[in-house]
Design a protein around this ligand. Structure first.
Ligand code: MF3
Ligand code: CO
Length: 234
């Protein structure tokens, strides 16, 4: 999984660097898929329950699972670039939200706070901690700034399968849920809405958007639980 994660980190960084005004989300997808394959991996998402692409590219009010398209990114957009790599039997999963061109301070702050929710969630992690401690950290960071955690989408175990137990909710109570053990690998993915947290699914069957059409941001790392903390794998 370290090797899978290293591939994913390279691909995600390179893809995010290419996310500029005028670039289509399909161009990002084609770039990412070919880089994954060049590095010896396979895209985890492509074919997963019929998903048609290597990336999810969720723009503005799109929350997660938006399919890359001919949409050309424009200044002020925020785009969640989510990717998974399968390498020698193991998956890793990660996402960053990128700001295109210039966006108002309140948008930049919203994206930064969602990243902070991921960082604070990871700080909770070590053997013996409850999954609810991760959920509570995400909820606390987002709600303190008036944002909403999107609770319909969860983090998850990850390894031989892309999605394994346990689910890691984006809100919850400390001390609840299963206990983490050293050696577990989990994908933590705070997903936030600038407004209220309700969602809808578009008729493509994949793209999830906010019901109030407020902006949504998403960050994700795959991490290894250790006795004393967490190691970021991707
Ligand atoms: N990070 C996303 C998730 O865990 C990636 C899944 S995309 C899918 O839900 F297309 F594979 F479903
Ligand atoms: Co995930």
């Amino acid at each position: 999984m370290r090797e899978s994660g290293r591939i994913l980190q390279k691909v995600l960084n390179a893809t995010c660097a290419r996310a500029k005004m005028g670039v289509t989300t399909r161009e990002l997808d084609i770039f990412a898929e070919s880089m994954i394959r060049d590095l010896g991996g396979e895209p985890s998402f492509k074919g997963y329950h019929g998903y048609p692409a290597a990336l999810c590219t969720s723009v503005n009010e799109q929350v997660v699972h938006a399919i890359p398209s001919d949409y050309a990114l424009k200044s002020g957009d925020i785009v969640g670039i989510d990717a998974g790599v399968y390498y020698r039997g193991f998956h890793t999963d990660a996402c960053k939200t990128v700001i295109i061109g210039s966006a108002p301070p309140e948008v930049r702050f919203f994206v930064r706070v969602t990243k902070e929710a991921l960082d604070q969630a990871i700080k909770q992690i070590k053997a013996g901690v409850a999954v609810g401690d991760i959920s509570a950290a995400i909820q606390r960071v987002l709600e303190r700034q008036g944002y909403s955690p999107v609770i319909e989408c969860t983090g998850h175990g990850v390894g031989r399968q892309l999605h394994e137990e346990p689910d890691i909710c984006n809100a919850g109570q400390r001390g609840t849920g299963p206990q983490l053990r050293a050696g577990m690998t989990i994908a933590i993915e705070p997903i936030s809405a600038m407004g209220s947290g309700g969602i809808e699914t578009l008729s493509d069957g994949w793209t999830i958007i906010t019901r109030d059409r407020s902006l949504s941001a998403h960050f994700e790392h795959t991490v290894l639980v250790t006795e004393t903390g967490a190691e970021i794998l991707a």
